[in-house]
Design a protein around this ligand. Structure first.
Ligand SMILES: Nc1ncnc2c1ncn2[C@@H]1O[C@H](COP(=O)(O)OP(=O)(O)OP(=O)(O)O)[C@@H](O)[C@H]1O
Ligand SMILES: [Mg+2]
Length: 252
């Protein structure tokens, strides 16, 4: 089967500073890929290149065989490449439910203005879909709470739910469990395990238990390049990874 994503010799420079250099790899549909590397290694920058929040200085990105290298982010999102942010990117003065309804409304191409939606004939079916998602993601009891009044972990949880709500083909999670309590982390990891098999997932994460648990393939970014691209099992035991990433030569 053709790869869902083809990354060909991607580089990114900010002014004279090269952050990523000659990155190449393919992603098959349904793969679960973890990306690790030290702070500042360029992990978030790489996601920005995939989503169109940044364009590469060199190289090419193909999605299902079509070049998307210079396509803006909203077009890539429409193709099904969706991300969550390292820091939350929510409409904080709205409730969780209203954030979700906005996402669902957009997904279904319902172009009525936001404030009319509650009188709209689509409201019932949108609400039902929202209710199911809120229940699955453990946010139903809080659905009318303004996002700004949620804990940081709950806000992260909300952002992941909103990403899933768009029915993405490729979901990019940038440190999904950062700032979450252990119980919130366990809850989210459990749900991420249950995502549809055909969904392609790429996860940046500093919590090694989380990332090794979720990803079957790991990319290690170091010194601007992909230092290692191998199974999680191999990467977990790699002494070089332990030395660079964890600062110890002991095996995890
Ligand atoms: N828009 C920008 N302009 C200039 N430099 C940038 C820009 N975005 C990122 N950088 C720099 O690129 C480098 C890589 O940043 P990036 O955020 O991709 O790292 P990261 O691997 O996600 O790190 P972390 O683990 O801390 O999240 C950093 O040195 C950062 O300062
Ligand atoms: Mg980052």
């Amino acid at each position: 089967m053709k790869p869902i994503l083809e990354i060909e010799a991607i580089s990114k420079r900010f002014g004279g500073l090269e952050i990523l250099k000659d990155i190449s790899f393919n992603v098959s549909q349904g793969e679960r890929i973890g990306i690790i590397g030290p702070n500042g290694a360029g992990k978030t920058t790489f996601f920005n290149l995939l989503t169109g929040d940044l364009t590469p200085s060199d190289g090419n990105i193909r999605f299902r065989g079509t070049s998307i290298t210079n396509e803006p982010n909203y077009k890539r999102a429409r193709r099904g490449i969706v991300r969550t942010f390292q820091k939350n990117n929510l409409l904080v003065t709205l409730s969780i439910l209203d954030n979700l309804l906005l996402v669902l409304q957009r997904k279904h191409g319902i172009n009525h203005t936001w404030f009319k939606i509650r009188n709209d004939k689509y409201y019932n079916s949108l609400y039902k879909e929202a209710e199911e998602l809120l229940t699955t993601w453990g946010l139903y009891s809080q659905c009318n709470v303004k996002v700004e009044n949620l804990s940081y972990g709950e806000q992260r949880q909300t952002e992941i739910m909103l990403g899933i709500a768009t029915d993405p083909d490729v979901l990019l999670l940038d440190e999904p469990t950062a700032g979450m309590s252990q119980s919130e982390t366990d809850y989210i990891v459990n749900l991420l395990h249950k995502l549809p098999k055909e969904l392609t997932l790429m996860i940046i994460e500093h919590d090694l238990d989380v990332i090794f648990g979720l990803a079957e393939r790991m990319l290690v970014l170091h010194d601007r390049q992909v230092l290692i691209d191998n199974t999680s099992e191999v990467v977990r035991k790699d002494p070089q990874v332990n030395k660079i990433y964890i600062g110890s030569e002991e095996v995890v």
